[in-house]
Design a protein around this ligand. Structure first.
Ligand SMILES: Cc1cc2nc3c(=O)[nH]c(=O)nc-3n(C[C@H](O)[C@H](O)[C@H](O)COP(=O)(O)OP(=O)(O)OC[C@H]3O[C@@H](n4cnc5c(N)ncnc54)[C@H](O)[C@@H]3O)c2cc1C
Length: 430
């Protein structure tokens, strides 16, 4: 029996759409996808649009993992941008690698916006984002990004704001500057994923939930086995990210699930909402372990803060996050918190998404280190191209050197937590 969605703002406000059955047959298709989060579902859309026969198998429900639990911020960061340029330079040369990463950074927004329009997905998609400097010493980083943005001709979409211009965007005194980006967006993440699943189904994809994949059997036509059925296909895409345990012989030690906590307050009054986020943008700050927040369509403050890199779950997320809310917005002191939940995302050591193969016809894509909404959609396009014969972008990603910790998941998570603790301490000095 599939697990229900965690009690979250997203689950409580999800759209009702088609229900997806459990797999109880033996199928034969072109591509079988394992995992029904953004990576799997967006890949199902891309592959179905290209005319392939697709089956998608999800252990629980569509968007049950990180996809249906996140902050909803669609930003032009792939998490490990600088590391990617360095790594991809080996294959492409420095200038081409810089161009490749820069263009990819904004591709996710285009794909999501286009898909929402094309398939009429109701998911509260809105433009506007602020990257806010938490300390005066962080402003130089924003200035450098802004310079880069201007050099790439994106000045019409982005501005560096301070003083009253900053205060007009966010009703707090905690920041000293910000990059206001109109191309970035925010979204009801679960409804976006459910809408994409419905679109894939309409395109002919067969989608199954409550269908956990137990093993992948290699071969010229690999077979994916579940408790009540199986799917044979020309190609397999493993898209289980922080929640799967398949292919560990090759994938063990590569990604580590970190736990992120997030809350939704009681609905704010119109005046409160106007005071804290007058133009309804999303915000995150410049710290390594950061706060990120936005308003929902029903005027709740959706606020995420902190990451537990040991992968362990917190007993009281609301109590953990409340001080960050009240520090940012003292005017909301004592605000009710209606929903508090947590989810796991796959963290990679160098923050570069991992795209590769377990066998010539078994692909995997995972590890977006907390920046997965845009990235998963970019990755889905890259994977669909690769699985239909154009492997150029996939080859660039898969050429990247990936750190592997030669220890089990538990120890690896402890090592990751120690590394992140070090960076958090560095935050105090930078
Ligand atoms: C609290 C939180 C806040 C976040 N905020 C943001 C944000 O604001 N912006 C942003 O860009 N990113 C954010 N992220 C990250 C983003 O949500 C993820 O990177 C992205 O959703 C990953 O999508 P995915 O499909 O790869 O993985 P998931 O959504 O985790 O999906 C994997 C799916 O695979 C299924 N699965 C696993 N094993 C099997 C199996 N054996 N058989 C069948 N199915 C299986 C799981 O049940 C799951 O549904 C956040 C993440 C969290 C947890």
């Amino acid at each position: 029996m599939a697990q229900d969605y965690p009690r979250s703002y997203y689950a409580a406000t999800r759209n009702t759409g088609p229900s997806f059955p459990r797999l109880e047959a033996d199928l034969d298709v072109d591509v079988v996808i394992i995992g029904g989060g953004f990576t799997g579902v967006a890949s199902a859309v891309e592959l179905s649009e290209r005319g392939l026969r697709v089956a998608l198998l999800e252990a629980e429900r569509i968007g049950w993992g990180a996809t249906g639990r996140n902050g909803g911020q669609i930003t032009g960061s792939l998490s490990g941008d600088a590391a990617m340029v360095k790594q991809f330079s080996r294959k492409l040369g420095r200038a081409a690698a810089e161009d490749f990463v820069w263009n990819l950074r904004w591709r996710g927004q285009e794909i999501i916006k286009g898909r929402v329009e094309k398939y009429g997905i109701a998911c509260d998609l809105k433009h506007g984002h602020l990257h806010a400097a938490y300390k005066p010493s962080h402003v130089a980083e924003l200035e450098a990004t802004y310079k880069d943005i201007l050099a790439h001709g994106m000045g019409g979409d982005v501005e560096l704001v301070r003083g009253t211009a900053l205060r007009d965007l966010v009703g707090t005194d905690v920041y000293c500057a910000g990059l206001h980006n109109r191309r970035n967006m925010h979204v009801h993440s679960l409804n976006l994923c459910l809408g994409e699943a419905e679109a894939a189904q309409r395109l002919g994809a067969q989608i199954f939930t409550d269908t956990k994949v137990l093993r992948i059997e290699d071969g010229p036509r690999p077979k994916v086995v579940t408790a009540h059925g199986s799917v044979r296909a020309a190609q397999v895409l493993l898209a289980g990210n922080g929640y799967h345990r398949l292919g560990q012989r090759k994938l063990g030690g590569l990604i580590f699930p970190a736990t992120l906590g997030i809350v939704a307050t009681a609905p704010l009054s119109e005046a409160q909402a106007k005071e804290i986020l007058p133009t309804d943008i999303a915000v995150y700050d410049t710290r390594f372990v950061l706060d990120y927040y936005r308003l929902t369509a029903d005027r709740r403050l959706l606020f995420g803060s902190g990451t537990n890199y040991t992968g362990g779950e917190s007993k009281d997320i609301a109590a953990q996050i409340r001080p960050a809310i009240e520090k940012t917005f003292p005017q909301l002191k004592g605000i009710g918190i209606d929903y508090a939940w947590q989810g796991q995302d796959g963290i990679t050591i160098n923050r570069i998404p991992q795209l590769g193969r377990l066998a010539s016809n078994v692909f995997y894509a995972q590890g977006y280190s907390g920046h997965g909404i845009a990235t998963s959609h970019i990755v889905a396009e890259v994977m669909a191209k690769a699985m239909t014969g154009d492997t150029r972008d996939f080859d660039v990603f898969s050429s990247a050197w990936q750190w592997r910790l030669p220890v089990g998941r538990f120890l690896g998570n402890q090592m990751l937590a120690l590394g992140m603790w070090y960076y958090q301490k560095l935050d105090a000095f930078r």
